[in-house]
Ligand binder design. Sequence first.
Ligand code: MLT
Length: 310
Amino acid sequence: LAACSSGADPAAYPEDDIDIIVPFSAGGPTDTVTRMIAEPMSQELGVQLVVQNVDGAGGTVGAGQAATAEPDGYTVLMHHIGMSTAPALYDDLAYDPIADFKPVGLVTEVPMTIVGSSDFEPTTFEEFVSHVQENADTVTMAHAGEGSASNLCGLLLMDALGVEVTAVPYDGTGPAMAELVGGQVDFMCDQTTNTTGQIEAGEVKAYAVTTPERIEALPDLPTTAEGGQPGIEVSVWHGLYVPAETPDEVVTELTDALQVALADQTVVDQMADLGTAPVAADQATPEAHATLLQEQTETWGDIIGAGQGG
Ligand code: MLT
């Protein structure tokens, strides 16, 4: 971990490297987006943002570690919609996503795709739906643990199809993708930042995208709504966080560096190639991030709570 800087002087911040926690395995979509922005943020801040993959339990282990880190600006968390869903999925969550953190700003909102191993029988999305409904007891679905976006999409999918398939958890959808390509698991709902390359390379079958409209990066991929399943609609918003007691002047330094990174043409191009885009500058702010986090935590609390008969 980067040198601890307890007792650091906020006015001189940053003086040391900064740890940025990714709560999922290396090589997955959250890791990919983090490494895209870490480079230009490091240049802007004049120190190195050091990515630390702290995986497990659908992102809640890494988020929990960030919540209790020194509030000196030298530990930042990259997390996504799972920040809002975890409280409804875990009775004993070690952190409060709102009380224990300060939002730094939103980063990107990533579409999801339903993809299958190349030897999974269905070819079209309609065939996928009927195959899963008729063979739910033998079909396997990969995800990155309770609280992950791939798990959330899986819950929406099983609810829409009215079936329970065997869910296979991984510490991130980086390793899950390796097993999907290898045919060890049948399908997965995962972010375009992890699936676009494999779809274009023909390593996996692509069935649908979970956005209301088709996306530019995968123009031939129909939406779930086109396939008769409008209920499977979710995009994965990502944001940066610091521990709640972190001084505001430190947050401002990080927000400013984030905004520079999101305007960096290399970042814009890399995100476009992977089916996503930086948020607008007015969304890469603590205020916009706090508003979305509050609203999403309430919304998913209601949806998941209802789904659990809560
Ligand atoms: C998720 O499903 O939440 C992500 O795919 C996890 C990851 O980035 O690996």
